[in-house]
Design a protein around this ligand. Structure first.
Ligand SMILES: O=C[C@H](O)COP(=O)(O)O
Length: 331
């Protein structure tokens, strides 16, 4: 991602070809078992990227605006209230102050989606009406995914009925840890079927999968079973999105695309709260998957506080001064 390419077109939505949805394929265990992950090479590559790629000034502002359009603006707290979700939805519609957009000579933008628990779906749907911003619901016993299977499937159906456009399911980590690939595939298939037309993001909870090889294999199984997106984490594991895990998952996406012609999206989530980190993620996607994956239909950040820091950086870019972080509260 050289600076030369990081002009204001970074924020422009490319005209998207009508993309065929990933319907998945039969479970191919030979392919799955053949997947390896060279941990030291992956960690080395991930460690060098932040130093090799940096963008400044107008280019940086353009890429930060691009990042905003890819945020699943999230609140997943036990004390969520209708008021908080209302404020979050207002922020989703107008994530950047009008005067900053004017100074940057940019049109209005919105975030990629609003992400909530099932109970808050109808409130979010109501508050986003007419905006075109999708509502995503975390589901299937999020975050641990250990409630009875039929209830997990039913939870998906309830959220779809309440108006959710996207469902973020959690996989059963034990299927990965015991290498029960058939069980993981069947579970994911059932979740995808329950989603119907709603798009499904498969949360792998990578911090609980033990090895990068397990992450690679679980990514592949979920794509074979029809995931529209693969997502790193719930935000509740001790370790959430990381660059090595990102490299493994996006290379699995590339491999799946090369073999099937089907594009699956990627969502790093959990602990991404700084604008500079968001830029590193975008650089990695651009290098490994190319520009087509830098659109909100194929890339999202799952983040509750990233937008606040991006707004601070944009304000600094325009005015030369930093505002206090508390001025950019999300809910
Ligand atoms: O899916 C989104 C995550 O739960 C958000 O995590 P975060 O609060 O660390 O940004």
């Amino acid at each position: 991602m050289g600076e030369r390419t990081m002009d204001k077109t970074a924020t422009t939505q490319l005209p998207l070809a009508v993309e065929r949805r990933n319907d998945g394929m039969a479970l191919d265990l030979d392919w799955v078992r053949g997947v390896q992950a060279n941990t030291s090479a992956i960690e080395r590559r991930a460690a060098t990227l932040p130093a090799r790629r940096s963008v400044k000034k107008d280019y940086q502002a353009a890429w930060l605006l691009k990042a905003i359009t890819c945020i699943d603006l999230t609140t997943l707290a036990g004390d969520d209230t209708p008021g908080r979700v209302r404020r979050l939805c207002a922020k989703a519609r107008h994530p950047v102050r009008g005067d900053l957009l004017t100074a940057l000579d940019m049109p209005p933008i919105t975030v990629g989606a609003v992400c909530v628990y099932h109970d808050m779906v109808s409130m979010a749907v109501q508050n986003l009406a007419g905006s075109g911003i999708p509502v995503a619901a975390v589901s299937t016993g999020f975050p641990a995914g250990l409630s009875p299977f039929h209830l997990r499937v039913e939870e998906i159906r309830e959220s779809v009925k309440a108006g959710a456009d996207e469902i973020d399911i959690v996989i059963s980590r034990r299927h990965v840890l015991t290498q029960n690939w058939q069980a993981l595939y069947d579970e994911m298939r059932a979740f995808r079927e329950a989603c119907g037309d709603a798009h499904v993001k498969a949360i792998l909870a990578t911090g609980e999968l033990g090895t990068l090889r397990n992450v690679a294999r679980a990514s592949l199984i979920c794509m074979m079973a029809g995931a529209d997106f693969i997502k790193t984490s719930t935000g509740k594991e001790p370790v959430n999105a990381t660059l090595p895990v990102t490299l493994v998952m996006i290379r699995a996406i590339r491999d799946y695309y090369q073999r099937t012609g089907l594009r699956v999206g990627y969502k790093p989530a959990g602990g991404i709260s700084k604008a500079k980190d968001a830029l590193v993620y975008l650089a990695m996607i651009k290098e490994e998957l190319g520009d087509r994956w830098l659109q909100p239909d194929l890339f999202r950040f799952g983040a509750s506080s990233l937008l606040g820091d991006i707004e601070r950086q944009l304000e600094h870019h325009v005015t030369g001064a930093y505002s206090a972080a508390w001025r950019h509260g999300m809910g």
